[in-house]
Design a protein around this ligand. Sequence first.
Ligand code: E4P
Length: 222
Amino acid sequence: MEFMLDTADVARIRDLNELITVAGVTTNPTILTKSGRMPEDVLPEIISILSPEQKLFVQVVKTDYEGIMDEARKISAMRPENMYVKIPVSRDGLKALKQCRKEGIKTLATAIYTPAQGFLAAQNGANYLAPYTNRMCNYGDGVAEVLKLNRMIKENGLDSKVIAASFKNVGQVSELIENGIGAVTVPADVVYEMINHPATRIAVGEFCVNWNRAYMRDTLFD
Ligand code: E4P
């Protein structure tokens, strides 16, 4: 199971990387703009935080085939290993996914709204498939559609991995993990919601109060 962070906020990447087990970081053009920094500044900083085993995903901005391939080659060269190029599953994107496979460029097919799109991207050799869970909920049961794509990939022996993306709440993430999704990428806000349960804070507070009251100190050993 791979749990990734869907953010380009370096402070949050640093913090969460210490708190939980992070398999990688995913970005897209909008996520990079939200960092409030230039991509040429923020991306090297993210790379410096990650260990070589942790994956980084950067999306192309160009939308025509030649432009996508040009950016894909440059993104792929940003790091010696575990560098993935995100390519939307448009007509030109599908064509580029095929070419990237031939050139050995690792890819994630993104902006997937239907299992059928994901299936075609898998056939073209995408390493990862990112269905937009929450956005798909505007058209039906997003979680069920993501699980359907996952089954389609597994049942047909395709070697792409579904990484569910576009989450707005903890429930969506939990339901997919419960049903055996192989990877998720989760925005930092939602990750903090997963970590910070108010009842846990109250329970810890009670332990401290009871301990202090009984032993007049706040440590286990004197
Ligand atoms: C990640 O791969 C996607 O680009 C991202 O999860 C999309 O999230 P959004 O639907 O919140 O924009």
